[in-house]
Design a protein around this ligand. Structure first.
Ligand SMILES: [Zn+2]
Ligand SMILES: [Zn+2]
Length: 241
C-alpha cells in the first residue's frame, strides 16, 4: 500500500512539474497550445452548468430551489458543480478518475476556484474529499477527489482534511443501480475517526449523481457538530429515473 501510494504521489508531482514545463496536447482535440489538459476553445465548449438549484445543483431555467429540494431538502446547505455531466466532460472525468490524467486535477481546481471567487460567498473552513474505501484506494492508487481537494485548498488558501472522514463500508460501484438501490448501498457508509473542530465544511467529489453518497457523508458530518456543509463537484448528472 505504501509503495503504491508513494508511486501515485511521485506520478502526481511529475505530472505537476511536466505540465509547468512543456506544452501538452489537448485531451479532446490534440492541439498543442497550452499547459493544461484542454485548450481554451475546448474549455469554452464544455457543457457548463449555468442556472441551477442552489441546494442540489440540478440545472434550472433560473437560479433558485428545485421542486425536489422544496419537498425534501437535502442535508447539504448548498451545492456547486462546474458542468452538466454530459459528453465530453464524462470522458474527461473518466480519464481524471481512472487513468491518472492528473493534468485534469489542476484544470478542474483552477476552474472551480474561479467559479467560487466569482460567487463572492463566504468560503468554508475546510475541504473534505469524499473518501474511497481503503481497499478501493489500494486498487486505484489514489483518490481523485483528494487530489482535487489538495490543489483547490492551495488555490483558495483553505485547509484540507483527508483523514477524519472515513468510509467504513465498502460499497459496490453504483453504475446501473436505481436511485433506491444506491440509497441502500451507501447507508452508513461513512464515519469519523476523530472529532472535527469545524463548523463549515465543503465536501469535494467528482460527480453528483443521485446525491445519496454526499448526503450520507453530510449526515455523518452534521451528526458530529458540523453546521453547514456545501457539496462541490466537477459535474452534475441529471437523473433519468
Ligand atoms: Zn482542444
Ligand atoms: Zn435541488
Amino acid at each position: 500500500m505504501m509503495a503504491r501510494n508513494f508511486s501515485a504521489v511521485v506520478t502526481h508531482r511529475l505530472a505537476e512539474l511536466y505540465s509547468k514545463l512543456l506544452p501538452i496536447p489537448c485531451f479532446l482535440c490534440g492541439e498543442f497550445s497550452q499547459q493544461e489538459a484542454l485548450c481554451k476553445a475546448c474549455i469554452e465548449d464544455l457543457p457548463w452548468l449555468e442556472q441551477c438549484c442552489q441546494r442540489c445543483a440540478l440545472p434550472l431555467n433560473e437560479n433558485g430551489i428545485c421542486g425536489q429540494c422544496l419537498i425534501q431538502p437535502p442535508p447539504q446547505h448548498a451545492s456547486l458543480a462546474l458542468f452538466r455531466y454530459e459528453t465530453p466532460i464524462n470522458h474527461c472525468i473518466a480519464a481524471f478518475k481512472f487513468h491518472q490524467q492528473l493534468v485534469f486535477t489542476q484544470l478542474f481546481a483552477r476552474l472551480m476556484a474561479e467559479k467560487l471567487q466569482q460567487q463572492d460567498n463566504a468560503l468554508p473552513e475546510v475541504l473534505i474529499p469524499v473518501p474511497l474505501h481503503p481497499s478501493r484506494l489500494r486498487r486505484r492508487g489514489y483518490n481523485q477527489s483528494a487530489q482535487l481537494a489538495d490543489i483547490l485548498a492551495r488555490q483558495l488558501n483553505l485547509k484540507v482534511d483527508k483523514t477524519s472522514l472515513i468510509r467504513q463500508r465498502n460499497t459496490v460501484p453504483q453504475i446501473g443501480m436505481s436511485g433506491k438501490e444506491r440509497k441502500r448501498n451507501v447507508k452508513r457508509a461513512f464515519t469519523l475517526c476523530k472529532k472535527l473542530p469545524y463548523k463549515q465544511v465543503a465536501l469535494i467529489d467528482d460527480v453528483y449523481t443521485t446525491g445519496h453518497t454526499v448526503a450520507e457523508a453530510c449526515r455523518c458530518l452534521q451528526q458530529n457538530g458540523v453546521e453547514t456543509v456545501e457539496v462541490w463537484t466537477i459535474a452534475r448528472a441529471i437523473r433519468h429515473y
